[in-house]
Ligand binder design. Structure first.
Ligand code: F6P
Length: 547
């Protein structure tokens, strides 16, 4: 087996030995020794106050991590990405989601084409369409305005739209109903359209490739549902639009390419929510708010591109993630937004982070000799506190947490917001400092439960605090995580922009689909477990049909 050289960088070796020193420290000591730690270990940029004082780091850790970023050529690779070089090596593609949010007056020529002009051509097309739906000018087959918008897509063609719709619901046009269908389980589609009138419903078929089985299956069912109710093939043109890079397949499906909103192969699916994939978002919040969201993305891009590494938010965020993963050995990250509107953010970040950095070979195909992408998971606070936080506080595995919160609520009501936010601060404090036996005794705690009540503390977390959840802020927040993922992937030397790992399961399912039919031949050629499962599935299915 060949090995990779990343782990042999001087800074990596130094971090490895430094981590044994840090592991013998406690956050209590770090704070006791440095009264200014809370003030010093924070960063303010692009509307965020990022507190990382409760991460298990010292000044020396940060110095070495910044050195690691330099030795890993993060700046060079970042500049290559912004310049449109083919940094997606396994697919030989540019990675240019940053071009999706460049202002109209900029130019960026890639392979002879000004991609900024292309981006704004599509944004203008989206704005015209969004306005016509929002104003009621766009009429359905029977002449009624659209009341319901159903986005059909999966992965990046669903998670971004649904997360953004939920996050920005406050800014949405309330007389429009939005639904998001992703799962090939028919229940998803059936329940989404159960109470909708076909002649008031617009389907957006969102698929970069327009070849994804789940999406095409749902799209076919949507067309059948519509035609069963409107009895006229010409209705499809009024009730279906497509978002894709693949005009030929869109036309083959029967959608007029005049009603297709384009994007490009240099936009990865999980990096596409601000491309035409965001059409449902734009219809919900309007072109003006959408533009504000793009400006938030762009502001963070500019910060990432130009800020010195020591005050660069995504660089620092990414470096802390590498530190926690590779040097402190934490295998998961909790993302806890203390804002109900962000309740789909953890699911969105799961694809962004894990489809990007869940890889085990380097750019050149060598097996890595260190850990790469951790598992991301989370729930909005305060719900998680009454569920799994017990393990985060007292379990045997440590989970670094990203807390996300806002100073002002979009729905100020009595004392709700201060109560909500007190919980972020309290949880981060409890995780870091815990409670000792001596403290418990001094409080007069019952001796019998003493050991059970001890909180070791020394559990790391960061807090991302901002003023208010606006479209602009959401754009910046997503860009922060995108670039943090980029920094991590660059340090790990992995291609954060491909996703070959999802292919094998897709191929196998295509083989298995016909084998599940009642009249399929009985000779199955899988392993004995898969054969037995398929046989039992078919038998159970037939039982049901006989009853
Ligand atoms: O299977 C994974 C994946 O390719 C994701 O990367 C992507 O976001 C999703 O499927 C959907 O793909 P498409 O937009 O082409 O339908």
């Amino acid at each position: 087996m060949t090995t990779d050289s990343r782990a042999e960088l001087p800074s990596w070796t130094s971090l490895a030995s430094h981590s044994t020193d840090v592991q013998s420290l406690h956050l209590r000591e770090l704070f006791d020794q440095d009264a200014g730690r809370g003030e010093r270990f924070h960063l303010e940029a692009v509307g965020f106050y990022f507190d990382y004082a409760k991460q298990l780091v010292t000044d020396e850790t940060l110095r070495l991590l910044l050195e690691l970023a330099r030795e890993s050529h993060v700046a060079e690779r970042r500049d290559a990405m912004f310049a449109g070089e083919h940094i997606n090596v396994s697919e030989d593609r540019a990675v240019l989601h940053v071009a999706l949010r460049l202002p109209r007056e900029e130019t960026l020529v890639v392979d002879g084409v000004d991609v900024v002009a292309e981006v704004h051509r599509v944004l203008d097309q989206m704005a015209r369409f969004a306005n016509s739906v929002r104003s009621g000018e766009w009429r359905g087959h029977t002449g009624k305005p659209i009341k319901n918008v159903v986005n059909i897509g999966i992965g990046g063609s669903d998670l971004g739209p649904v997360m953004a719709y939920e996050a920005l619901r406050h800014y949405s046009q309330r007389d429009l109903t939005f639904r998001f269908v992703s799962n090939v389980d028919a229940t998803d589609f059936v329940e989404a359209v159960r109470d909708l009138e076909a002649d008031e419903t617009l389907f957006i078929i969102s698929s970069k490739t327009f070849g994804t089985l789940e999406t095409l299956t749902n799209a076919n069912s949507a067309r059948a549902w519509l035609l069963e109710r409107l009895h006229d093939n010409t209705a499809v043109a009024k009730h279906f639009v497509a978002v894709s890079t693949n005009a030929a397949k869109v036309a083959a499906f029967g959608i007029d390419v005049a009603n297709m909103f384009e994007f490009w192969d240099w936009v990865g699916g999980r990096y596409s929510m601000e491309s035409a994939i965001g059409l449902s978002t734009m219809i919900a919040i309007g072109p003006q708010h959408f533009e504000e969201m793009l400006s938030g993305f762009h502001a963070l891009d500019e910060h990432f591109r130009t800020a010195p590494f020591e005050s660069n938010l995504p660089v620092l965020h990414g470096l802390l993630a590498v530190w926690n993963r590779d040097f402190l050995g934490f295998s998961t990250v909790g993302v806890m937004p203390y804002d109900q509107y962000l309740h789909r953010l953890p699911a969105y970040l799961q694809q962004l982070t894990m489809e990007s950095n869940g890889k085990h070979v380097t750019f050149s195909g060598e097996r890595v000799t260190y850990e790469t992408g951790p598992v991301y998971w989370g729930e909005p606070g305060t719900n998680g506190q009454h569920s799994f936080y017990q393990l985060i506080h007292q379990g045997t595995t440590k989970v670094p947490v990203d807390f996300i919160g806002f100073a002002r609520s979009l729905n100020p009501l009595a004392q709700h917001h201060d109560i909500l936010m007190s919980n972020i601060f309290a949880q981060a404090e409890a995780l870091a400092f815990g409670k000792t036996e001596a403290e418990l005794r001094a409080e007069g705690a019952d001796e019998r439960a003493l050991k059970h009540r001890v909180m070791e503390g020394n559990r790391p977390s960061s807090v991302v605090l901002a003023e208010e959840l606006t479209p602009r802020l959401l754009g910046s927040l997503i860009a922060l995580y995108e670039h943090s993922v980029f920094v991590q992937g660059t340090i790990w030397k992995i291609d954060s922009f491909d996703q070959w790992g999802v292919e094998l399961g897709k191929q196998l399912s295509v083989t298995i689909i016909p084998e599940l039919a009642n009249d399929a031949p009985g000779d199955l050629r899988h392993d004995s477990s898969t054969n037995a499962l398929i046989a039992r599935y078919r038998a159970l299915k037939e039982n049901g049909q006989g009853s």
